[in-house]
Design a binder for this molecule. Structure first.
Ligand code: C5P
Length: 231
């Protein structure tokens, strides 16, 4: 049976992808299945945590038993839901694939094509939810929140490239742990397996060999537990 090492701990997990409407029938979205975030939420419940899962769009995943699930669609809705639950959270894990941009406005009726004319969509930036949480904590507004985990899906020709990007992302985002997924064939998106690294703000790094998203979730929660219980 699993250790109940996260008993008494309150965790917010975001998962899945966000969608931004262009018009009543179209949206901008991404390939996130939600599998890694759902695996984290499910396992955290099994290890004794109180879990709120803020879920964007997934590949039709079953809500994990015992988690409080909040369904959202857009990045702004996800930010509101994450914020609403972060005040009392010990741990925040941002596994969601949040759209960096949204159309500057949603057309009220279906956008029509104009013969031989290219179409133009103006995009505005969405809030960076993870960066916002880090800022709130730095301002002293989140006294309960001790571990903030970000994810990064990185492409690169060689591992060094991926890690270099990831190290600077960890610095830039200011989170405590960054889970880095190498993106490519059979990895990260729409599949059951993942590989990568966990980077810690103190410079520590551990490799996550190619494995199931369940096993990956277990390694990630181990790293969270280490930070929670040993500082
Ligand atoms: O910069 P990048 O999008 O690669 O960062 C990924 C991390 O930041 C993920 O943890 C993701 O959930 C989070 N993120 C966010 N808000 C955004 C974009 C990304 O919280 N608008």
């Amino acid at each position: 049976s699993l250790p109940r090492d996260l008993a008494g701990c309150s965790i917010v997990v975001s998962a899945g992808g966000t969608r931004e409407s262009l018009d009543p029938v179209r949206f901008l979205g991404n390939r996130s299945s939600g599998k890694q975030g759902y695996a984290l939420a499910r396992l955290a419940v099994q290890r004794g945590a109180r879990v709120t899962l803020v879920s964007g769009v997934t590949a039709g995943l079953e809500p994990p038993a015992g988690a409080h699930v909040v369904q959202v669609t857009t990045a702004e809705q996800m930010q509101d839901a994450v914020r609403a639950h972060t005040a009392t959270a010990d741990v925040v894990i941002m596994a969601a694939a949040v759209a960096d941009f949204r159309p500057d406005s949603m057309a009220e009726s279906k956008i029509k094509k104009v013969q031989d004319e290219p179409a133009t969509i103006t995009l505005v930036q969405n809030p960076d939810i993870l960066a916002g949480i880090v800022e709130q904590r730095a301002a002293g507004d989140l006294p309960a929140t001790r571990v903030i985990v970000g994810f990064a899906a990185e492409t690169g020709d060689e591992h060094g490239d991926v890690l270099t990007h990831a190290r600077s992302k960890l610095q830039r985002k200011g989170c405590d742990l960054l889970v880095v997924n190498a993106v490519g064939e059979g990895k990260a998106f729409e599949v059951d397996s993942n590989m990568g690294w966990i980077l810690r703000a103190d410079g520590g790094e551990s490799a996550l060999p190619l494995s199931s998203k369940n096993l990956m979730a277990s390694r990630i929660l181990d790293a969270v537990g280490t930070l929670l219980f040993t500082g």
